[in-house]
Design a protein around this ligand. Structure first.
Ligand SMILES: Nc1ncnc2c1ncn2[C@@H]1O[C@H](COP(=O)(O)OP(=O)(O)OP(=O)(O)O)[C@@H](O)[C@H]1O
Ligand SMILES: [Mg+2]
Length: 509
């Protein structure tokens, strides 16, 4: 152990103290420090601020303010010291094992990065990420998508099924290894190797013209739709007469006892004598043009299966249609999960403020299903990863269910308020900290770690998408044989055993 880096002075409390820094070269803000306490042993703290002032002798002096984290007692519980430190107590730099033990950092979970300013890996339990949901909130350009991709990589390594709602087509590069010019240094720093993931499939609800690099098309069932389903799919509002016409048309088709498509419904409406038929005809026509309704829908067991990542690439899809698709797709997935037809896994929602906006901002059809998954998904092992640059505009019911929160730089006061509201006991210092976070550094609030920690997010193994995406065209998806996956798909959806099923399938962490 190197010598002390300073001495405590002035008024001390159980939660904070200040110390006079001996040598400015020894310590910096965010460093972890320890002080010996006669009854509690080594007590960990973190330097929150450093200030410079002139002392009595007119000499410059550097003062560090430390937030006390605590010490583990005999039964392993993290406790604040029972009595304050004494002025004159010496402060030391905390060694790695003290930090790891006190913060309770464990190994083997999803590796997010290193504790900022150290080489200590930070991991979070995968089961908790899924069962208790996760949010990544930050202003634009601060590294949300990058961090989301790190989590996806960690999930893929345990073959957790992933369904990614990708409005900007930026996750296709998961297939390619990271080609960062600094990759050697990054590999060394984070102990990772560049890697392109194979079992990633890009689905477009449109066609190859809309999304040229898509592997497959996403199709939802368009056969024998009930009037209510048709109405849900119509992007514009329908009045009662128009709704009546749809019911009449569907009833007539049902009466004939044949399989019918949207086109048949349109023909039927066209043959009506009502004057309003052209209005409803016009509103239904976009459904005919958008190809996502089909008599051969994409099977959910194909989209959401062990070891596979399915990206729903929304490139070129009208925003309202995106919402309709996401709403229906996630409702189907949630039902399938409840019925045990698909394994536990994770759904990633980028730009979540567009899919589950806070009341008053706009109305979307997917809010209900996202709220349902957020509140009930944990029973069934269907996790959400919610990503947004406008936390204030995301449905609070959804955000408040995210127990793991990854917060990167945010400066908008409304957004900071939205974040702090959903966090218990966040201090004003942490609020300040959030405003100043450099790109790639995140504040992690996790059920595993007793207090918020700053994490330097690890480099990606796969290439980061975003601005330029050249996806190789030569990737032909192989036909998937689900026969030998039967075992995983078949496991029952018994709420009380969700956790253990998950553990059985994906292992611990
Ligand atoms: N952990 C990291 N390590 C290295 N570079 C990073 C990291 N996080 C972010 N970056 C860099 O910052 C840029 C912006 O990150 P990212 O695309 O994730 O931002 P974002 O928050 O998703 O922005 P937007 O709101 O516009 O989607 C990336 O292009 C990447 O180069
Ligand atoms: Mg992004």
């Amino acid at each position: 152990m190197i010598g002390s880096v300073g001495v405590i002075f002035g008024e001390t409390g159980s939660h904070t103290y200040r110390f006079a820094v001996t040598d400015p070269a020894d310590v910096k803000r965010t460093d972890y420090v320890k002080v010996w306490h006669p009854t509690d042993g080594w007590v960990l703290g973190q330097i929150l601020t450093m200030t410079r002032s002139a002392g009595n002798d007119n000499k410059d002096r550097l003062v560090a303010t430390v937030s006390v984290i605590g010490a583990r007692d005999n039964s392993g519980l993290l406790r604040s010291p029972k009595t304050p430190f004494r002025p004159g107590d010496k402060v030391y730099i905390a060694e790695e094992d003290v930090i790891v033990d006190t913060l309770g950092l464990s190994e083997g979970g999803a590796y997010l990065g290193v504790l900022d300013g150290t080489d200590i890996p930070v991991t979070v339990d995968r089961n908790k990420l899924i069962q208790k949901h996760c949010s990544i909130l930050a202003m634009t350009g601060s590294g949300k998508s990058y961090t989301a991709a790190v989590i996806m990589e960690e999930m893929m390594e345990r073959e957790v099924p992933l369904l990614i709602i990708d409005p900007h087509g930026e996750y296709a590069t998961l297939k390619e290894p990271n080609d960062d010019p600094d990759m050697d240094a990054l590999s060394e720093k984070f102990d990772i190797e560049p890697y392109g993931y194979d079992n990633v499939y890009i689905y477009t609800p449109g066609n190859k013209k809309v999304c040229e690099y898509a592997d497959r098309t996403l199709r939802l069932n368009g056969l024998n739709l009930k009037p209510k389903e048709i109405i849900e799919y119509v992007p514009s509002e329908l009045n009662n007469t128009e709704i009546g016409l749809i019911y009449e048309a569907v009833n007539a088709l049902k009466h004939d006892n044949i399989n019918y498509t949207i086109k048949d419904v349109l023909v039927e409406i066209g043959s009506s004598h009502s004057n309003t038929k052209w209005g409803v005809y016009n509103k239904l026509e976009p459904l005919l043009d958008s190809e996502f309704l089909s008599d051969k829908p994409t099977p959910l067991v194909e989209l959401f299966t062990r070891g596979r990542t399915s990206i729903i690439d929304m490139k070129g899809i009208h925003p309202e249609v995106q919402q309709t698709i996401v709403s229906k797709l996630l409702s189907n997935l949630f039902e399938a999960r409840k019925a045990g037809l698909v394994p536990p896994g994770m759904v990633v929602v980028e730009e979540a403020h567009n899919f589950c906006p806070e009341k008053g901002f706009s109305k979307t059809t997917c809010s209900d299903v996202l709220r349902a998954i957020a509140s009930e998904g944990r029973k069934f092992g269907l996790g959400l990863l919610i990503i947004s640059q406008r936390p204030a505009k995301v449905d609070k019911n959804v955000l408040s269910q995210c127990n793991t929160q990854i917060i990167m730089r945010v400066t908008n006061p409304n957004d900071i308020r939205a974040i702090t509201k959903s966090l218990e006991g966040i201090s004003t210092e942490l609020e300040e900290e959030i405003k100043r976070l450099p790109p790639g550094v995140a504040m992690l609030v996790s059920p595993d770690i007793p207090r918020a920690v700053m994490v330097q997010v690890r480099a990606r193994k796969s290439k980061h998408g975003g601005a330029s995406k050249e996806i190789s065209e030569d990737i032909e998806p192989e036909e998937v044989d689900y026969e030998d996956e039967e075992e995983e798909i078949e496991e029952p959806a018994r709420p009380s055993v969700g956790g253990s099923i998950f553990r059985k399938i994906f292992g611990r962490g």
